[in-house]
Design a binder for this molecule. Structure first.
Ligand SMILES: Cc1cc2nc3c(=O)[nH]c(=O)nc-3n(C[C@H](O)[C@H](O)[C@H](O)COP(=O)(O)OP(=O)(O)OC[C@H]3O[C@@H](n4cnc5c(N)ncnc54)[C@H](O)[C@@H]3O)c2cc1C
Length: 871
């Protein structure tokens, strides 16, 4: 085992010489090698080690995980990992385009492809893997590619562009392998305009990460995006014409005409140097190492994908980083050991969320699986619980992975309550409840306690500081929303003012971003991040920018790139319910509805078997719709004159009203007419949080207007205006902003209040907290809204006029656009729906989801979605 003592090192010529600093040679310039160099240099204050990195690829280590983004940005520098400073360090030498060709353990030297020999005191193999190619005939034809390096991707793109021009038609391509890499490659081919088929030998996609149910959901989602999927299919050969790929044949089933093939069937560890040098390799390859990542040779270590630890090679970057940390620690005299692999994954493949964590396949025989499944909509969520249903063991999410970030750290802990409730976004564990030892960032092995400590003891005052200090969120980034929550709550606890930067990709706050997007007329996320941010965006900034673009009326929320920015509900313009079905909520302005309107809603509910309820917002919600039914239901409603109620959006919901002076003996103003006018005026207005308004016709307040974001109460002389009520979890009464306004002044004041809030509030900040936290509080808002103290009144008035003019019903527009309807059309590719896949019972004359006990007793089953429990 390596020790910290200086020791004599034999030179190439065999002479013994003492060297300071000692020589560390790292073979391989990949992601894990970079982490190792960084870890050594950041801790080796005495300069005990000089490091040489041999990198066969002609560039510095880059973010291979983000390789697919190279299709959109053509500059390899966009994939750079960390700062160039590391490579400028005098104790670090990066030799690009130089491979290690042989290892002589006797003389402790390594030969390189440029004919040199390097002596080492310690050598770390970080050679990663190569992409496997199945030995089928024709695998080496021109037009057949693998998908591992920047050069692979550049070659693939150049080929597609070249033959696309040459053939003058849309190309057809196949990806062999339906795992993580295969779907990445399919996304890349599709983005290049190639009609793509994924061919997978296993009976489902991503067989290593998701189970049968998850695989089915994933398949439908992928197919809905225009990618063909053939599972249970073995490729027998690739047939060429004039030396170029032309067709693929399969062991069974018809062949496929293709112009290009990408093999993504897995990886094999690059252990050739180690084998030749007599080091032990694992049964399925990989350099065998112990818990210290050391081989049997005390001078040789192995890290990352090439290392075979506990009998297997690990194909994810997080365990590789953990190994790099262990070796850095050991080289500097520590006793670090590999903590074990967390193989959790969360990915967005072709825009589809897929996540799996912990014991996702319920390997413990007593494990209980709680599944929410809508195979048609492509939403599948599973939690694996201990046999007493208390402790979380793992889970799988497909289509909606919003609960993953909060649930993954809870593995091995008691969840409390009904596990099914945690499959709902709102049911996920809040950051405050996370115990200190819960792992938050699995890529970098950072716990909730370490993040809290970085704030409370480490002096970090923002997300960027915590990231730099702990590395949390610096790799795949999927834990960032949770890290941000922890940082904010810890800063608030210590009374420190919290940085208002939106996230790591933008230094600007939401309000600042709103301004620049508005002033510069930006219309897409790509433009915004190119001009004002960095990187590729995250789960924090994407929905915020989606909402800003929608507030500014830049077009339909499902138009082009904007569709990928939306939250789960906006994505399908409906609200996902507990059992995986959706609700339909037509707008009923002011709660006023004609008998014909009521009859239409009743008929639709009866025809589609929907549970029907009049809600607190004075409208009628229809529950239990399947995703492919949504366009049919909305067609009926739109034809009858209804429009979207935006129940899914962070936008205006309803304007509630009492009966008003027309009918009520006490009413002093026509609250119904005003409520309808306001609802029609502000419908579709996207905002930082959902908005509700209320109008009461007299001081008796039957519309409970003071419990709303904006409340209007009639007086003998006009209207009193209240703002900042509601408050969500913390109920608030709205406060008086102005008294006895005439109707025109009232409407202008509400216009200005709402737009001022929309432009300046923080992400997910309700009007109540916005008013409280606004500098100068309600008085300053009053001055801005009523007296135009900021000089923005005309601008706000013009913006509201634009909003009113530009309004179009989102559902009507979607029904007229086949492209937008594709996301609801997964049923086109679906086989017959299972008749027994949705468990409902009849209660009070309506369907409702069956409870677990009812299902166990054989509840009535209706086709559609499933909430099932299996033992
Ligand atoms: C498209 C794609 C998407 C991925 N997505 C994810 C993901 O979402 N999450 C995740 O955790 N992982 C993902 N991975 C896997 C992840 O990239 C790897 O686990 C990680 O890169 C492994 O790092 P490494 O340093 O061990 O090997 P590598 O990054 O492969 O680096 C090894 C380097 O060593 C070089 N080398 C090999 N032999 C020699 C030699 N003899 N001399 C000199 N140099 C040599 C190689 O050329 C290579 O540059 C993805 C991989 C790909 C290709």
């Amino acid at each position: 085992m390596f020790t910290m003592q200086k020791r004599p090192v034999p030179s190439v010529s065999g002479m013994v010489e003492e060297r300071t600093p000692k020589q560390l040679v790292v073979v391989g310039g990949g992601m894990v090698a970079r982490r190792l160099v960084d870890a050594v240099r950041s801790r080796d204050e005495a300069g005990a080690w000089a490091i040489t990195v041999l990198s066969e690829e002609p560039r510095a280590p880059y973010d291979r995980v983000a390789l697919t983004s190279y299709f959109t940005g053509r500059d390899p520098e966009d994939l750079a990992l960390g700062s160039q400073d590391l490579w400028d360090d005098p104790l670090v030498t990066l030799r690009r385009g130089v491979a290690a060709t042989a290892l002589d353990r006797g003389t402790r030297t390594v030969s390189t492809s440029d004919g040199r020999t390097l002596a080492y005191d310690a050598l770390v193999l970080a050679t990663g893997s190569y992409a496997a190619v199945p030995p089928v005939p024709g695998h080496d034809l021109r037009g057949a590619f693998v998908y591992r390096t920047i050069d692979d991707v550049a070659d693939l793109r150049a080929y597609v562009e070249h033959i696309g021009k040459e053939r003058g038609r849309r190309l057809r391509g196949a990806v062999v392998g339906g795992g993580l890499l295969g779907l990445e490659a399919a996304g890349a081919l599709t983005a290049l305009g190639v009609d793509t088929t994924v061919v997978e030998f296993a009976p489902r996609l991503m067989p290593l990460q998701v189970d049968q149910g998850g695989g089915e959901a994933l398949r439908r989602l992928i197919e809905a995006l225009g990618v063909n999927v053939r599972t249970g299919t073995a490729t027998s050969r690739v047939v060429g014409e004039q030396g170029r790929v032309a067709r693929m044949d399969f062991a069974d089933g018809p062949g496929l005409d293709v112009d290009v093939v990408v093999f993504a069937v897995g990886v094999r560890p690059r252990d050739e140097l180690a084998r030749a040098a007599g080091l032990e390799v694992g049964e399925r390859g990989g350099v065998v190492v112990d818990g210290a990542c050391a081989t049997a040779d005390p001078s040789v270590w192995a890290v990352g994908e090439v290392a075979c630890i506990d009998g297997r090679c690990l194909g994810l970057v997080a365990p590789g980083y953990a190994m790099a940390e262990v070796v850095a620690d050991r080289l500097l005299g520590g006793q670090g050991t590999f903590p074990g692999a967390d193989l959790s994954t969360k990915l967005k493949l072709l825009g589809v969320d897929v996540a799996s964590f912990g014991d996702a396949f319920a390997s413990d025989p007593g494990a209980l699986e709680v599944v929410i499944s809508d195979p048609v909509a492509g939403v599948y969520k599973k939690l694996v619980m201990s046999d007493d249903a208390r402790t979380l063991r793992g889970g799988i999410f497909v289509g909606d992975a919003s609960a993953y970030v909060a649930l993954r750290p809870m593995v091995g802990r008691e969840l409390g309550g009904d596990p099914a409730a945690y499959l709902l976004t709102e049911g996920a564990a809040p950051a405050g409840a996370l115990p200190d030892d819960a792992g938050v960032c699995s890529c970098n092995n950072v716990t909730a306690g370490e993040i809290r400590c970085a704030v409370s003891d480490g002096g970090c005052t923002d997300l960027a500081g915590v990231k730099a200090c702990t590395r949390a969120g610096t790799s795949c980034g999927s834990c960032l929303p949770l890290v941000k929550k922890l940082v904010t709550s810890e800063l608030e606890k210590s009374g420190v003012s919290v940085s208002n930067a939106l996230c790591e990709h933008f230094d600007l706050s939401r309000a600042q971003l709103f301004d620049v997007v508005r002033v510069q007329g930006l219309r897409t996320f790509s433009e915004v991040i190119a001009r004002h941010g960095r990187g590729r965006g995250c789960d924090i900034c994407k929905p915020v920018i989606g909402s800003i673009l929608a507030s500014l009326g830049t077009g339909h929320i499902l138009e082009g790139e904007r569709a990928t920015l939306q939250d789960t509900n906006d994505h399908v313009m409906a609200n996902l319910q507990k059992d995986g079905s959706y609700s339909v909520v037509p707008r009923i302005p002011g709660g006023e509805i004609t008998p014909e309107g009521l009859i239409t809603i009743g008929e639709v509910a009866r025809e589609f078997g929907l549970y029907t309820k009049i809600t607190g917002g004075q409208r009628i919600d229809l529950f239990g719709a399947r995703i492919e039914q949504l366009p049919q239901i909305w067609r009926r409603l739109v034809d009858a004159g209804f429009e979207s109620g935006h129940a899914y959006g962070k936008s205006l919901r309803t304007v509630k009203s009492c009966v008003g002076s027309t009918w009520c003996r006490y009413g002093v103003q026509d609250s119904v007419a005003l409520a309808i006018a306001l609802e029609l005026r502000y419908r579709g207005l996207r905002s930082p949080h959902k908005l509700k308004l209320g109008v009461s016709g007299c001081a008796r307040e039957c519309a409970e207007a003071r419990g709303k974001d904006v409340g209007v109460i009639a007086t003998d002389h006009g209207w009193n205006l209240y703002v900042g009520g509601n408050g969500g979890f913390t109920p608030r009464h709205a406060q008086l902003l102005a008294e006895d306004l005439d109707t025109a002044s009232l409407v202008r004041s509400i216009d200005r209040f709402l737009l001022y809030y929309v432009r300046t509030a923080d992400r997910l900040q309700r009007t109540a907290t916005w008013v409280e936290e606004h500098e100068g509080g309600l008085d300053a808002i009053r001055a801005a809204v009523l007296d135009d103290s900021l000089g923005i009144g005309d601008d706000l008035d013009a913006a509201m006029a634009d909003h009113v003019d530009a309004y179009e019903d989102e559902w009507a527009a979607a029904l007229d656009d086949p492209e937008k309807l594709r996301r609801f059309s997964s049923f086109v590719n679906a086989p017959e729906l299972p008749d027994d896949s949705l468990a409902y019972v009849s209660e009070r004359g309506q369907p409702r989801p069956a409870t677990r006990a009812e299902r166990a007793e054989g509840a009535v089953l209706i086709a559609g979605t499933t909430l099932e429990v299996r033992r």
